[in-house]
Design a protein around this ligand. Structure first.
Ligand code: ADP
Length: 590
């Protein structure tokens, strides 16, 4: 259908072009007429020149003068017959008054004009034949127009009107139509004219022939075009389809969350998609076209450890993807990567597994830490129980042991509680009550509990402004946060250090501040201490135990109460944790 729609305008164009070619053929025929007339005219003027020269010579020849002097008619006729262009007349005047006289010369004898030599072109079939022959024109193309007769080699015909001299016009000769152009051969209006003619039917036939040929050729070409188009259409469609598919693939690749890159068989990176750039921070322009070995940090590790499958999904299972570390600008990235070979190239797809990897590391640390955390109180409990059973102990020692059992089982319960809460936070099942509470009462209660856990010389001070608003939030969860922060302040400070819990109203929020004079936290670690399982001293080289869950729980609880938590700290000087929760507006005293 599409091809036919294309063929129709083409056919119209070919037909128009055929018409144009026919018109041009007619114009060419006209030009040829003018050219033929020109060449005929130049032959004619050559003949005329010769005739004049001859007439002049005759007029001054002795032979002619004597013929006139002796009135020798025979001699005069003989001379005339020798040259068709001259007419000899005796006397000085009269005789020949014709429009076709081209020149006249006097024959003078003893100072008296005794005769004249006239140059009169011999208009007739013979002259036309001579001119056409000398000009090399085919028969019938030239004619002479004398009065209303057209003289040609083959015969004479009457014409309806004189053709113009400037450009070809139509001319009717008897019943036939001609195309003709004329050139008057003399100054007078009625002077004969040289005419170049061509039958109209001949010109029309030639023009039609040209048109037919042009149209035939054009249609043939269209046919060939259609056949070719029909033949190559599937190939064109296929290449369009594959281009579309390629564009689509590129778009998909560009928007894919996974990093994708292609390395050719020479080890040169051919493709580096947007996600690859986003994950690694290496822009496509820096990587594409360069050897992978130079362009991709950690390429050797990738090439060594990432297995290349022959087909996507072939090496299914855990062995197909490999997590490999690469260092980009001092940053360690872990990439989980799969590779598949495609023709001569290898396609790598990867995602950023740094976070998962870190979590994994932390989790395994946690398992080690928690085992340790559990083992210590369990060992104490076990030891105390054995001692109590086997020995007949004094009442005082028994009390001490029972105290210790209570303390250690409390520690265990807290540990288990922490793990439970973290699990609930992960699962999103932790309930937080939307309520209000009195912050000062809460803080003082928490401080009392904390004090009971520390040696007497440790000071825990509470500082609060005289008037405080109630706070929006879950009192129990807030207590948990505060206890955690206080526990940390105690754990990570030397025995003599002072701990202060302050309350402050900041706009429509209440700020809780827990400040210690302990170890401090390096600036680079201050973000990460809120991460799950994260501990500054995972190996407990300082001998301070913990799960790395406390601050994570604090942050999640504060967030769930629409608050925020942060830390300010300087190593060796102390740490200040602060969190804010929305508060009720303070009643303005009247
Ligand atoms: P942990 O159970 O190890 O105390 P947390 O999540 O409560 O876990 O704290 C994470 C880490 O932050 C701790 O291991 C410790 O290194 C650091 N940290 C927390 N509070 C303090 C503090 N007040 N002073 C110094 N370091 C602290």
């Amino acid at each position: 259908m599409g091809l036919l729609l294309l063929a129709l305008p083409l056919a119209l164009a070919v037909s128009a072009f055929g018409g144009f070619a026919a018109r041009r053929e007619r114009a060419n025929a006209d030009q040829e007429l003018v050219r033929e007339l020109d060449s005929g005219a130049s032959v004619y003027s050559g003949l005329l020149r010769d005739a004049r020269r001859n007439a002049e010579r005759l007029a001054s020849s002795r032979r002619v003068a004597e013929a006139f002097a002796h009135r020798d008619q025979h001699a005069l006729r003989t001379i005339e017959q020798a040259d068709r262009w001259v007419i000899l007349l005796p006397g000085a005047k009269g005789g020949l008054h014709r429009p076709d006289v081209e020149a006249r010369f006097s024959v003078v004898h003893r100072g008296r004009t005794i005769g004249r030599v006239f140059v009169v072109p011999p208009f007739g079939r013979h002259l036309i034949r001579t001119i056409a022959g000398e000009a090399g024109l085919p028969e019938g193309r030239l004619g002479l127009l004398v009065d209303h007769r057209l003289v040609r080699e083959r015969g004479i015909g009457r014409v309806a009107a004189r053709p113009t001299a400037e450009k070809p016009t139509d001319l009717q000769v008897q019943a036939l139509e001609y195309r003709a152009v004329a050139l008057p051969l003399g100054a007078q209006r009625a002077a004969p004219a040289l005419v170049a003619v061509r039958q109209r039917s001949e010109i029309t036939a030639a023009a039609d022939d040209v048109r037919r040929r042009v149209i035939g050729l054009g249609l043939g070409l269209i046919g060939a075009l259609l056949v070719t188009a029909y033949g190559v259409a599937p190939a064109i469609a296929r290449s369009r389809l594959s281009r579309l598919q390629r564009d689509q693939a590129e778009r998909v690749l560009a928007h894919l969350g996974d990093g994708v890159f292609v390395v050719d068989h020479d080890g040169v990176v051919r493709l580096w998609n947007r996600a690859a750039a986003a994950i690694t921070g290496l822009r496509a322009a820096e990587v594409r076209g360069r050897p992978a070995e130079e362009a991709i940090p950690g390429w050797r590790t990738i090439a060594t450890f990432v297995p290349v499958a022959d087909q996507p999904g072939q090496a299914d299972g855990p062995s197909s993807s490999e997590t490999v570390p690469i260092d980009v600008a001092g940053r360690e990235l872990w990439l989980s990567m799969v590779a598949v070979s495609l023709d001569d190239d290898t396609v790598y797809a990867f995602r950023d597994a740094t976070h998962d990897r870190r979590l994994e590391e932390l989790r395994s640390q946690f398992v080690a830490t928690i085992s340790h955390e559990l083992r210590t109180p369990l060992a104490s409990l076990h030891g105390a129980a054995l001692t109590l059973r086997e020995h007949n102990l004094p009442a005082e020692t028994q009390d001490d042991l029972l105290d210790m059992i209570a303390e250690q089982s409390n520690r265990l319960a807290n540990l288990v509680e922490e793990i439970l809460v973290a699990g609930q936070l992960d699962a999103g099942s932790l309930s937080v009550v939307a309520d209000t509470f009195d912050p000062e009462e809460l803080v003082r209660g928490v401080a009392t509990v904390a004090r009971s856990r520390v040696v007497a010389e440790r000071r825990i001070d509470v500082v609060a402004p005289p008037v405080l608003p109630r706070v929006h939030g879950d009192g129990e969860r807030t207590r948990q946060v505060l206890l955690n922060l206080l526990d940390n302040a105690i754990k990570y400070s030397p025995p003599g250090g002072r701990i202060e819990v302050r309350l402050a109203v900041v706009g429509d929020r209440l700020r809780f501040i827990v400040q210690d004079q302990g170890l401090g936290i390096p600036v680079g670690e201050q973000e990460r201490i809120f991460d799950k399982f994260y501990r500054l001293d995972p190996d407990q080289r300082r001998g301070i135990g913990g799960t790395g869950l406390g601050l994570y729980i604090c942050r999640e609880l504060v967030r769930s109460m629409h608050g925020s938590i942060w830390v300010e700290s300087e190593t060796g000087k102390g740490t200040t944790f602060a969190f804010e929760l929305p508060a009720e507006p303070l009643a303005v005293p009247v």
